[in-house]
Design a protein around this ligand. Sequence first.
Ligand SMILES: *Cc1c(COP(=O)(O)O)cnc(C)c1O
Length: 296
Amino acid sequence: MDIASIRVQTIHADWLSAKILSLDILRLDKIDTVVSGNKWFKLKHYLQEAIAMQKNTIATFGGAWSNHIIATAYLCKEAGLKSVGVIRGEQPTVLSYTLAAAEEYGMDLHFVTRLEYQKKNEIVRQFASNDWYWINEGGYGQVGAKGAAEILQLVDPDSYSHIIAAAGTGTMLAGLLSSAHPRQKVVGISSMKGNHQLYDQIMHLIVENKPMPSLQIMHDYHFGGYAKHPQQLIDFINDTYLRHQLPLDIVYTGKTFFAIHDLAEKGFFEPQSHLLMIHSGGLQGNSSLPPEALVF
Ligand SMILES: *Cc1c(COP(=O)(O)O)cnc(C)c1O
């Protein structure tokens, strides 16, 4: 894993110059092919806290292609902690790429039905152990947001009018909001269909009482739902790679880049806006596609 390999990529395209916009991508995906950028930031303080509390095991939740699960497994291995993943759905005969890798990093996988998975408090109670440190699904929480707040230290804070990022739990957006300049605008692209609690979920994580940037959440770029990836999205991701050598994932960053393009064309950003998109990683999740689906 290599924080020093993070870099900013400037996108040159007619759809930007036509509206007098600039767009930079903060390539957190460059940290590692497995541990996607935003998960590294979100998890680091949880692991530190667990170690400080002398816990020996990190336990958390996720699905078969979860970036959070694979990142937790990897980082626990590095930190010398045991890890447990409570996985949504029956145990499959063949593990997904993500789960096989998590297991290889030493994670203990426990499969629970979708119904059981909804009752996370009960699962935590069943597994109760004083040596375990639990992290919410997706790393949701203030400790995660604190790590995500460090993302903007990687760029010149005055260079951008808009910070744009994908949202699942909203933890990354909470961190970006608390670290962006109040003059900047934070735009979140929700990967889920109709997740209208997202705004409150994010605000719940903001502890400081200081002027905040504005937050706008877009709910129209889910492409049918969280894990949905219609051909239109796949084609867009391939096209973006061929034009800009920018690899995107099908769950988060592909939808976010699409949204930026669409919003730009619709005149959402004022002329002269300087946009920064956070490439939050997640490329390992593309392994859920047939091998020839993507050009990269
Ligand atoms: C987990 C993840 C997100 C969402 O982050 P939240 O903090 O849950 O909103 C966005 N992009 C990628 C690539 C992710 O893996």
